[in-house]
Design a protein around this ligand. Structure first.
Ligand code: SF4
Ligand code: SF4
Length: 360
């Protein structure tokens, strides 16, 4: 049988790729679909690994870069997730059994390999029920690492085992998130600033919004206050005071002092309120990023409760699959429990992955 048609993502090093990458960085909260289906890397044979990802173009390009860099002979199935990234699609019910089944059928991968094992990104765990995937498609699901850059190490040391993995983001990813998150304060404040105080003030506001957003993204993991208003209000006061003081100290009159004081105070509040939704460490609590694709799997404020009667001795799947390390096995009875309720994202991964439905 002839191999299915393949589509390789153009290299981002081309001019078009660079422009597309920049647009996706700036407008990161919008879906950017790429064609679902099969990508082939190297010269895979019938035992080569099969990876699955979403059809958010930026993600597909990132995954492709890693697979190309590794020189791995493998297949990549791009599931039709509406152009939404792995985390949002999965938490919002757009990257589940239906999408995986569609990717398998669309690609004809059944005809290309002898094994039936899919490697999924770890952050699909909230939306993918492996039992259902198995019963509907005959394919077994294994979860890889959270960060695609960890894939080579995971393949070398752990494949196909599930290993505990907690979300953290390197500086480069935080800068990208900060740039993406800067769109809202830049747009919401830059345009009024230009109309009220002239285009120079508008441009300065936009530049400051991006700068503050990136700085906030970098500082975010170390901030002592809780996400949302507790972070946003002090940030607004701090930036507002800095804006007013600087305007006054550099010879601005009453108008400039009030204008920059208010503009930067609003900027601080907007960034502080919105940014947590850009980090998977809080996305499920804030549920702002997913406003286009609302996270529907877990009700707001959901905290998992383990039924100790049903929980299996010796199992630790929920502990390993939790992206925050919030679940733990108790020493005395060897049953799972939510050890860190404050750290829980209500992401639903533990509920979805428990083999005996012991978590609700
Ligand atoms: S996944 Fe389910 S069975 Fe396994 S430890 Fe957690 S609660 Fe128990
Ligand atoms: S304990 Fe909370 S954060 Fe961890 S997997 Fe369960 S729902 Fe998600």
């Amino acid at each position: 049988m002839a191999a299915p048609a393949t589509t390789l993502t153009p290299s981002p090093a081309t001019g078009r790729g660079v422009v597309r990458g920049a647009a996706q960085l700036i407008f990161r909260s919008f879906p950017f679909p790429t064609e679902p289906g099969l990508r082939v890397f190297g010269n895979p044979d019938r035992s080569s690994p099969v990876f699955v990802t979403c059809n958010f173009d930026h993600t597909v390009r990132m995954v492709a870069q890693v697979l190309e860099r590794m020189g791995l002979d493998c297949y990549l199935l791009v599931a039709p997730t509406g152009g939404v990234n792995v985390w949002c699609a999965s938490a919002g019910g757009h990257f589940g059994v239906d999408e995986i089944e569609a990717a398998i059928k669309l690609s004809g991968i059944d005809q290309l390999v002898d094994h039936h094992r899919l490697v999924l990104p770890r952050l699909t765990a909230p939306g993918v029920d492996p039992k259902q995937v198995r019963s509907r498609t005959g394919w077994r699901v294994v979860f890889g690492p959270i960060d695609i850059d960890e894939l080579p190490t995971w393949l070398d040391e752990s494949f196909p085992r599930l290993v505990a993995d907690v979300v953290t983001f390197p500086v480069r990813r935080r800068i990208e998130m900060g740039i993406g998150a800067g769109l809202w304060p830049a747009g919401l404040l830059g345009i009024p600033a230009a109309l009220i105080a002239g285009w120079q003030a508008g441009l300065l506001t936009i530049g400051l919004a991006y700068l503050m957003s990136v700085l906030f993204a970098l500082a975010y993991p170390r901030l002592p206050l809780a996400p949302g208003l507790p972070q946003a209000l002090p940030l607004g006061v701090l930036l507002g005071a800095a804006g007013a003081t600087t305007a006054w100290a550099t010879g601005g009159g009453v108008f400039d002092t009030v204008f920059w004081g208010i503009t930067l105070a609003l900027m601080g509040v907007l960034i502080g309120l919105d940014f947590p939704s850009w980090s998977p460490t809080d996305v499920c609590k804030q549920q702002l990023l997913c406003f286009l694709y609302p996270a529907t799997l877990a009700p707001p404020g959901f905290l998992p409760v383990v039924n100790e009667e049903t929980c299996i001795d010796g199992c630790d799947i929920c502990v390993k699959v939790c992206p925050k390390g919030a679940m733990s096995i108790q020493d005395d009875n060897h049953k799972a429990t939510l050890l860190d309720p404050a750290g829980c994202l209500s992401c639903f991964a533990c509920v979805q992955q428990c083999p005996v439905d012991a978590i609700s």
